[in-house]
Design a protein around this ligand. Structure first.
Ligand code: 2M8
Length: 421
């Protein structure tokens, strides 16, 4: 089974490859997205590290002078995506590159991708080139997005993480939606039932307009319409900082500051453990309380945050619990992105229930890190089985395994290469 799955995964990445960057999907994601490219590079490390290094360099071409690496880089393409460069208008902003980009960021997987590339094919010159801008991005996050001295950072737009997750609903309810000034291109390719609603898009655009009026640098997090301590983002950052420290050590650089930041974030995440829920707890900085249980509550596992007792509890009572995120007779494909017990659970709609390969990959890594190798192996087996049955979809219906969203999705292909390692 494995060799043909490898061939098919490599073929998906090849077809989505523009030469400069790999598109997230063939049709409605035509530009370069930040965490997509990093996850793609993790897969490329196994089959073509040099191409993986190109992916990293292309993404860094979009960086701003203050350090931010944006969530989308609009490399010139004769194609439509909304909202595109004409909405973001980054080129009007001080410190933005000549190349158009969005004005927000995404979970910083990049340092972990560079580590995967270096482990597969060591290249010190490449590290000398890319570690300073990655470090500058991590420091920008601490400067612009930290809420206190805990090391945790906030996101200021749902597009900075798993965007239409119901955990953001309460925080978004206070945002007055705008009428859309563009036609949604996603609707040309994917059934509306599998994508965010127009109301959500109206709110996303209201936040973009607020941020754009301030050149994407709100004076403070308390002034931003949306400011949320996202556990997915922070767990990714904790791992990325540790990987950055490891990378510095490879070239005799000073990894202490990054290691210190990683430790602080991990310690702050550990404080968010909720024994009753067997999960961690997120926080809306404006005080809206989310009662929705989503898979983000489990992601500190990726950063190795829970001790072994907590990790076993998290696995048994949350991640693998049939009534919550785990496999059940009526939904045999784990892991659902929202608890099946939640009224918000929707098995078809985007980040509101379906299975995502990147989330499963974070959880496999986390189970390994926390000393649960058999549990990690079982999740890996079911994840590969899902892709074997349904192809490299963007996301999947947990009940039927039916592919949803974009087909031929790049990070699903890339992470299968890593899961098969
Ligand atoms: C999705 O986000 C874009 C907006 O950035 C969209 O919905 O059009 C999200 O799944 C995001 O996490 C991902 O990076 C992007 C490209 O795959 O698509």
């Amino acid at each position: 089974m494995s060799s043909s799955l490898v061939d098919r995964a490599v073929e998906v990445l090849r077809r989505n490859d523009t030469g400069l960057y790999v598109k997230p999907g063939p049709h409605f994601y035509p530009f370069q997205w930040n965490w997509d490219s990093a996850l793609v590079a993790i897969g490329l490390a196994h089959v073509d590290p040099e191409r993986g290094r190109t992916e990293v360099r292309s993404l860094l071409r979009g960086r701003w002078t203050d350090g931010m690496v944006p969530h989308i880089v609009f490399h010139p393409q004769d194609t439509a995506y909304s909202p595109g460069p004409e909405v973001w208008r980054s080129v009007d902003c001080p410190g933005a590159p000549a190349l158009a980009t969005s004005g927000i960021t995404q979970p910083p997987v990049l340092a972990s991708a560079v580590r995967a590339l270096h482990e597969a094919d060591p290249d010190s010159a490449f590290l000398e080139e890319v570690l300073p801008p990655i470090d500058a991005w991590h420091r920008w996050l601490q400067r612009e997005r930290s809420l206190d001295d805990s090391g945790l950072v906030a996101i200021v737009h749902p597009w900075e993480s798993a965007d239409n997750s119901p955990r953001f609903d309460a925080a978004l309810a206070r945002v007055h939606p705008r009428a859309l000034s563009f036609t949604r291109t996603d609707r040309r390719h994917v059934d509306a039932a599998e994508r965010p609603s127009d109301l959500e898009y109206g709110r996303y655009m209201a936040i973009v307009e607020h941020l754009r009026d301030r050149r994407y640098r709100p004076a403070s997090l308390s002034e931003a319409p949306f400011a949320y301590v996202d556990l997915c983002f922070n767990a990714v950052l904790a791992v990325a900082e540790a990987d950055l420290a490891w990378l510095y050590a490879q070239i005799g650089g000073d990894g202490e500051p990054a290691a210190g930041r990683s430790d602080r974030i991990s310690a702050a995440l550990a404080d968010l453990w909720d024994e009753d829920a067997a999960a961690f707890r997120e926080r809306d900085l404006h005080g809206a309380e989310s009662l929705t249980e989503t898979v983000a509550d489990l992601l500190p596992l990726y950063a190795g945050v829970p001790d072994e007792r907590q990790a076993r509890r998290l696995f048994a009572d949350s991640l693998w619990a049939p009534e919550r995120f785990g496999p059940s007779p009526d939904a045999p494909w784990p892991v659902t992105t929202v608890s099946k017990s939640s009224p918000a659970y929707d098995p078809l709609r985007y980040w509101r229930g379906p299975v995502w390969i990147n989330i499963n990959w974070f959880l496999v890594r986390g189970l390994e890190r926390c000393g649960l190798p058999a549990e990690a192996a079982e999740l890996r087996r079911l994840t590969l089985g899902l892709v074997e049955a349904s192809g490299f979809a963007e996301y999947y219906d947990p009940s039927t395994g039916r592919p949803l969203g974009s087909d031929e999705f790049s990070w699903s292909a890339a992470l299968v290469l890593d899961l098969l390692r």
